[in-house]
Design a binder for this molecule. Structure first.
Ligand code: LUZ
Ligand code: MOS
Length: 762
C-alpha cells in the first residue's frame, strides 16, 4: 500500500504548521536570543523595540506566570533567560507584533548587555572541571582488569564524532489560539504533544486540561522535535495567555540552526583486547558526551550510548563509562539513533584499529565476534537472535570476498582513483530505555455510515506511521482501507502520550490500535452471532462481509454496523498497550530494557579521487532484519533515508562552533548535507523476513532508526580507500571524514597540498 500522504504531498495539499488557516487578529512572535554563550545579564532595554511600528508587547522572564522551567529530565533550563545566558541562541525576550516583519524589525532594537563568563565548548574540558549534567554511569560485564593479561593483542585509541543538524525540511514553529475559560489550543510541530502540553502547564501555571495540543503532521523531526519543539510552543502560548490572541511563530532556517541543539558530539577513549584467534576478550571505553548547556534528553542519550557500546558483538569483559558534559552550546538533543550510533562508532574504530595494526580486514574480526542467541549484553539482556543471519545472507547475496577482489584489482590498475569497502553489522535495541515511556494508546470510532476514525499517540512526520495505523485498522476489520481515516494527534483525544521516538511509534500505537479494533470487532461479532443463532467464535468478517461458519451471510459491513448501533452496543473503543517483561535496574545497570533487537549488515563501497580528496559512494548493499514488513515501500524508504542521513553524518556534515560558542556553520551555505548527487549510486536493500522474536505489530519490526547506522560503514570504507593510496598515512579516528581530511590522509599531515606536487600520481 502506498503512503496515504503521497497524493496530498504531491499536490502540495498536505497541511503543515505554516499551512493552517489563520484566525482574524493573529499576531506574530519572534524571539530575541543571546549573542553571547555565557554571561550575566547586566541590562536589558526594551523601550526602543517597544516603540517600533506594529509592536504589541515584549515578553521577558518576568512575564512567566508559572515556573520559568522547561527541563524535562533535569529542571535546569529556563524558557527565557532571567539572570544568566548559557548558550548563543538562548531566548531572552519575545517580541509580539501585528506582522512577522514588524516583529523581526523590533527584535533588532532590543539592547542587551552581558558580563561575559568563561565559555567551555569541549566536553573533555568540561569533565575535567567537574561540569557534569548527571553523575557518570558505568556498564560492566565480566572483569576487564583481570582479562587484559589473557589478551594476545591490545590496542588503544581516541575517537571523535561530530554533531549533526537535524535539518527537518519544516523548521520549528507553533500557532496558539485562545479558547473559552482560559483554554489554549496549541498547534505545534512536535514529536511530543504531551511534552508540549505538560511543559506549557508548568510554565503557565495552569492544569494540563486547559491545554490542547494538536498535530496534523511534521515536515520531518529526526529527534529534533522530540524535546525541542516545546520552546516555540511555549513562547506562543505565553503570549496567547497574556493577550488572549492567536499567536504564531515559524522559525527561519538560520534561527532554527542557531537556537536549537543537534546530535551530540562525542569524544571517547577505547582499549580493546583480542585473543590470537581474533576473539574480542576485553573492551573498555570512556565516553565524553557534549551535552550543551542544559540536560534536555542528554542523560537518556548517554544511556543509549552505553547500551550500544558493543554494537552487535559478544564481548565477555566490558567496562564502559559515560560522562554527560555541560558546555556552553545549545542543549544537544535526540537525533535518530539517540547516542547509539556514537557508541557504535567507537567499537567499530577499535576493531578497525586492531585490524589495521594486525594487517587484517576488519571484517575478519567483526564476523568472528557476532552475537549468538543467548549471548549476554553488558546490561544483562540476552540476545534472542543470531547476528550471523544477516551477515551470512549479505555474504551469500553480495559476495564480500568477490567485492574485495574487485576492489583490489581496481586499485592496482588505477593510480588516481581508489576504492574502499567496509562491512557494517548493526544491532539496535527497540524500546524507550526509560521503561515507563513504553506505552501506546488508540481511540477508534466506527461511525454509523461504516466509516472508521482512528486517533493514536503517533505523530506522522513523514515516516509513514499513519499509513501503518490505517493498515492495522483495515486489516483487523477486514474492510477497504478507504473506509479508515487517521485523525490528527491530539492531547484531548489521546492523553499522556510518549513522544513519537525510539523507533517504537508504530509498535506501541499500532498494537493499541489493533487492540481497540479487536474490542469493537468482538462486540460486533456478538451482535451478529445473536442475530444468526451462532456463537461469536464462528463469526468472521472477510472483505466487508460477515461470514458464519465460513459461509457468507447476507450482512455486509454497513449492515453489521447498523445492527450493532441499533442494539445500543458501543462502536467506540480506547485501548492501551504496553509491551510485557520490560524492566531495568539502574542501580545495578542490569535488566531487560528492550522488547527486541533489530539486526542488519551493510556493505559500503566508496571511490575517492586522490587528486582532489573528493569521493562518492558507489553502493550500499544491505540485508536488514525488518521482521515481517508491514509496508515494504515505507520501510525501504526508511532504510534509504537512514543510510543517506548516516553517510551525511559520517562524511560531510560538519557542525562548527568557534571557541566563543558561536555556530559558524549556521546556514545551508556552510553546512553541507547529502544532496541527490551525493547519495550512493546504488542502494540495494534485502529484507530478512524473520518471525522469531518480533514483539511488534503483525510481526513487523521497528525500522526508523537502525538503518542510520549503516552509514557508519562509509567512514571506514573511506579510510580503507585512503590506505590503498597511502598505506602509512596517519588518520585520526575523527568523523566526519570530509574531503579536507581525506586529502590530509592521502598526503600525510599536516600538509599544504600545493607544496607537494611530487606526491600526486601521474
Ligand atoms: N527517546 C527517548 C528516544 O526518550 N528514549 C529513548 O530510548 C530513545 N531512543 C531512541 C530515540 N529516541
Ligand atoms: Mo528520536 S532520536 O526522536 O527517535
Amino acid at each position: 500500500m502506498k503512503n496515504i500522504d503521497s497524493i496530498t504531498h504531491l499536490r502540495g495539499e498536505s497541511v503543515y504548521l505554516d499551512d493552517i488557516p489563520l484566525q482574524h487578529g493573529t499576531l506574530y512572535a519572534v524571539a530575541f536570543d543571546s549573542p553571547i554563550a555565557h554571561g550575566r545579564i547586566s541590562s536589558l532595554k526594551l523601550e526602543a523595540a517597544a516603540a517600533m511600528p506594529g509592536v504589541v508587547r515584549i515578553f521577558t522572564a518576568a512575564d512567566i506566570p508559572g515556573q520559568n522551567q522547561i527541563g524535562g529530565i533535569v529542571a535546569d533550563e529556563e524558557l527565557l533567560a532571567s539572570e544568566q545566558v548559557h548558550f548563543c541562541g538562548m531566548p531572552v525576550a519575545l517580541v509580539v507584533a501585528t506582522t512577522e516583519e514588524h516583529a523581526r524589525q523590533a527584535v533588532k532594537k532590543i539592547e542587551l548587555q552581558i558580563d561575559p563568563l568563561p565559555v567551555i565548548t569541549d566536553p573533555r574540558e568540561a569533565q575535567a572541571k567537574g561540569e557534569l549534567i548527571v553523575p557518570p554511569r558505568t556498564f560492566r560485564i565480566g572483569d576487564t582488569a583481570g582479562a587484559w593479561p589473557e589478551c594476545a593483542h591490545i590496542f588503544e585509541g581516541r575517537t571523535d564524532t561530530n554533531g549533526q543538524e537535524h535539518l527537518y525540511i519544516e523548521t520549528q514553529g507553533a500557532y496558539t489560539l485562545p479558547a473559552e475559560n482560559g483554554v489554549i489550543r496549541i498547534y505545534s510541530s512536535t514529536q511530543g504533544p504531551t511534552a508540549v502540553q505538560r511543559t506549557a502547564a508548568r510554565v503557565l501555571g495552569i492544569p494540563m486540561h486547559c491545554i490542547e495540543v494538536d498535530v496534523t503532521r511534521l515536515g520531518g523531526g529526526f529527534g529534533g522535535k522530540e524535546d525541542q519543539a516545546t520552546t516555540w510552543a511555549l513562547l506562543c502560548a505565553l503570549a496567547t495567555y497574556h493577550l488572549r490572541k492567536p499567536v504564531k511563530y515559524s522559525l527561519h532556517r538560520m534561527e532554527d540552526m542557531r537556537m536549537t541543539g543537534k546530535r551530540h558530539p562525542y569524544s571517547a577513549d577505547f582499549r580493546i583486547g583480542l585473543s590470537d584467534d581474533l576473539r574480542i576478550i576485553a573492551y573498555e571505553a570512556t565516553f565524553y558526551q557534549n551535552a550543551g548547556a542544559a540536560a534536555d534528553l542528554s542523560p537518556a542519550v548517554m544511556e543509549r550510548t552505553l547500551f550500544h557500546c558493543t554494537n552487535t558483538y559478544f564481548i565477555p569483559h566490558v567496562t564502559a563509562t559515560a560522562y554527560s558534559c555541560r558546555t556552553h552550546l545549545p542543549p544537544n538533543t535526540a537525533f535518530r539513533g539517540f547516542g547509539g550510533p556514537q557508541g557504535m562508532f567507537v567499537i567499530e574504530a577499535a576493531i578497525a584499529k586492531a585490524a589495521e595494526e594486525l594487517g587484517l580486514h576488519a571484517s575478519d574480526i567483526q564476523q568472528r565476534n557476532l552475537l549468538r542467541t543467548g549471548d549476554e549484553f553488558p546490561y544483562g539482556q540476552k540476545a534472542d537472535s543470531e547476528a550471523h543471519e544477516c551477515w551470512q545472507k549479505a555474504d551469500e547475496l553480495f559476495n564480500i570476498g568477490k567485492i574485495r577482489q574487485d576492489i583490489a584489482a581496481f586499485n592496482a590498475a588505477n593510480p588516481v582513483y581508489k576504492k574502499g569497502m567496509a562491512v557494517m553489522p548493526i544491532c539496535f535495541g527497540i524500546s524507550f530505555t526509560k521503561t515507563l515511556m513504553n506505552q501506546g494508546r488508540a481511540l477508534v470510532h466506527v461511525y454509523t455510515d461504516g466509516s472508521i476514525a482512528v486517533s493514536t499517540g503517533a505523530v506522522e512526520m513523514g515516516q509513514g506511521v499513519n499509513t501503518k495505523m490505517l493498515q492495522v485498522a483495515s486489516t483487523v476489520f477486514s474492510v477497504n482501507p478507504g473506509r479508515v481515516r487517521i485523525n490528527s494527534t491530539n492531547t484531548y483525544r489521546i492523553a499522556n502520550t510518549s513522544p513519537s521516538a525510539a523507533s517504537a511509534t508504530a509498535d506501541l500505537n499500532g498494537r493499541a490500535t489493533e487492540m481497540a479494533c479487536q474490542a469493537i470487532l468482538q462486540r460486533m461479532k456478538t451482535v451478529a452471532a445473536n442475530a444468526m443463532q451462532a456463537t461469536a467464535d464462528n463469526i468472521a468478517i472477510s472483505d466487508e462481509w460477515v461470514h458464519v461458519n465460513g459461509q457468507r451471510s447476507d450482512w455486509d459491513w454497513n449492515r453489521l454496523v447498523a445492527e450493532t448501533y441499533s442494539r445500543r452496543v458501543s462502536l467506540s473503543e480506547h485501548a492501551h498497550y504496553t509491551p510485557a517483561s520490560l524492566h531495568y535496574d539502574a542501580s545495578k545497570e542490569k535488566g531487560h530494557p528492550f522488547a527486541y533487537h533489530v539486526y542488519g549488515t551493510s556493505i559500503t563501497i566508496v571511490t575517492i579521487d586522490c587528486l582532489r580528496g573528493t569521493y562518492g559512494t558507489d553502493a550500499v548493499k544491505v540485508v536488514h532484519d525488518a521482521g515481517k514488513s508491514m509496508n515494504l515501500p515505507v520501510d525501504i524508504g526508511q532504510c534509504e533515508g537512514g543510510i543517506v542521513q548516516g553517510i551525511g553524518w559520517m562524511t560531510m556534515e560538519e557542525v562548527v562552533y568557534d571557541k566563543e560558542g558561536r555556530l559558524r556553520s549556521n546556514a545551508l551555505s556552510t553546512y553541507k548535507v547529502p544532496d541527490i548527487y551525493s547519495v550512493p549510486k546504488e542502494i540495494d536493500i534485502h529484507f530478512l523476513e524473520t518471525t522469531k522474536d518480533n514483539a511488534a505489530v503483525f510481526r513487523s519490526k521497528a525500522v526508523g532508526e537502525p538503518p542510520l547506522m549503516y552509514g557508519i560503514g562509509a567512514y571506514f570504507a573511506l579510510r580503507n580507500a585512503i590506505k590503498a593510496f597511502n598505506p602509512s598515512g596517519h588518520l585520526a579516528w575523527d568523523a566526519p571524514m570530509t574531503p579536507e581530511k581525506v586529502l590530509l590522509g592521502l598526503y600525510g599531515q599536516p600538509v599544504n597540498v600545493s607544496d607537494q606536487p611530487d606526491n600526486i600520481p601521474a
